[in-house]
Design a protein around this ligand. Structure first.
Ligand code: PMP
Length: 435
């Protein structure tokens, strides 16, 4: 653990922010004490730089690895690709095979573009949609990445992204001219969306299909109808929700189809590949603008995605991870009940999180991470399920958590002070949302 902490100190001098992803900053888990770096990962196990082995019961690479780390079949496809050559002057055929497969999974769609990160895929989708409609203005709901178009919402002057990303986010470096081009609406608040559309010449609606909770009062159907009647391009951001409840987007579950959808996270089981699928009339507008990048043509991403989709389809991984997520949630609930603690569980089963109904929530969360680490688990109050989290692993995790909940119950009752139990500082709070 020590070696990782020392390296992280160096990283903060060399890399602004220490790491490229906010959610993987050690401060988000256990400041000063988190192992920080891995030397090896396999299944749901992770080894730190000092050779300590942990069971990952937290964010599993931030939701990338629903088939576990180093899935044999996916890795074999990737290694075969590397042996044959990852790059060349010619294009890789896998991108066409993958496009075909994604259209089969999304029969409403006709065409596909690929990228390598979720934020850039969303930027591509927005560029295509703006080009197709000829309109600048967008209504959004949820988190869609770090790019200018999205962060510009905070130039509107109302801390607009507070409920979608982070509170008080300064969009420094994002051109102020983009003010009043992106208008956030709250999930399940159709009237708010309607008023934004009525008043701002909206050409595109971009949204997450679900947030920490699902649609109510036919929300998604109403959004679809609104987009139809106002000639608006509807984009579903399935970056995180895709392939967790269906073989494809979670929109399949709700019977509402978008004009474009973006898939990320799970698509390559840890290898970088993201996709935008859409209807031809909109997607063809990619030809009226300029969207092109060197590494979008490398071969590992599509090879990994084809193999990942094959495994997912064969074993119906979305069903397995949903069951696993439910087991963990039931376990949390039982432990909380047994120890007289009040917790609120949210998210879909395979992306579950809980909060203590207590002003000490963040201190308890930090304590859980601290104690579970010493018992050999990477854990906080979030659990992203993968197919390798079997009953034995879940039982040993819940067993270890039992003691920790017992102590927290003592803190809630005033018998023990949580401040005396923490060995370092309290974890930082992150997104206002699940992932
Ligand atoms: N959209 C959604 C819904 C996401 O959950 C995320 C990642 N958390 C993104 C976009 C951004 O993806 P990336 O981090 O790969 O840029």
């Amino acid at each position: 653990m020590k070696t990782g902490q020392n390296l992280y100190k160096k990283a903060k001098e060399l890399i602004p922010g220490g790491t490229m992803l906010l959610s993987k900053r050690p401060e988000m888990f256990l400041p000063e004490l988190w192992p920080s770096y891995f030397s090896k990962s396999k299944g749901c196990y992770v080894w730190d730089l000092d050779g300590n082995k942990y069971t990952d019961m937290s964010i599993m690479g931030i939701g990338t690895n629903t088939l576990g780390y180093g899935n044999e079949e996916v890795d074999k496809a990737v290694l075969d690709t590397i042996k044959k050559g990852n790059m060349s002057t010619l294009n890789c055929p896998e991108e066409v095979y993958l496009a075909e497969k994604l259209i089969e999974i999304n029969p409403w769609a006709d065409m596909v573009r690929f990228a390598r990160s979720g934020g850039e895929a969303n930027s591509i989708a927005i560029r295509i949609a703006r080009s197709a409609t000829g309109k600048d203005n967008i209504a959004i709901c949820g988190y869609h990445g770090w790019h200018d178009w999205y962060l510009s919402a905070n130039h509107n002057g109302n801390d607009d992204l507070s409920g979608h990303l982070l509170k008080g986010l300064n969009p420094s470096g994002v051109p102020k001219n983009l003010k009043d081009t992106v208008f956030p609406f709250r999930y399940n608040n159709f009237d708010e969306l309607l008023s934004i559309v009525d008043n701002n010449d909206i050409g595109v609606i971009k949204m997450e299909v679900i947030r920490n909770f699902g649609p109510e009062d036919n929300f998604l159907k109403k959004v679809r109808e609104l987009a139809n009647t106002r000639n608006i391009v509807l984009i579903f951001d399935e970056c995180t929700s895709g392939f967790r409840e269906t073989f494809g987007g979670i929109h399949k579950k709700y019977g509402v189809e978008p004009d474009m959808a973006m898939y990320g996270k799970t698509l390559g089981n840890g290898y970088a590949i993201t996709a935008i699928v859409g209807i031809k009339s909109v997607m063809q507008s990619a030809q009226n603008t300029f969207i092109s990048s060197t590494f979008w043509t490398e071969r590992v991403g599509p090879s990994a995605a084809i193999a990942t989709l094959n495994v997912m389809e064969r074993i119906k991984s979305w069903k397995i991870i949903t069951e696993i997520g439910k087991k963990v949630r039931d376990g949390w609930k039982k432990l909380a009940d047994n120890h007289g603690l009040e917790i609120k569980i949210s998210g879909i089963p395979s992306l579950s999180t809980y909060n203590f109904n207590s002003t000490n929530h963040f201190k308890y969360k930090t304590y859980i991470t601290q104690e579970m680490l010493s018992k050999g688990f990477l854990a906080s109050t979030i659990f992203y399920a993968s197919i390798v989290h079997d009953d034995k692993i879940i039982d040993s995790y819940l067993n270890a958590l039992d003691d920790v909940f017992k102590t927290i119950s003592g803190c809630e009752n005033g018998d023990i002070s949580i401040d005396n139990l923490l060995k370092g500082s309290v974890c930082h709070s992150g997104f206002e949302r699940l992932n």
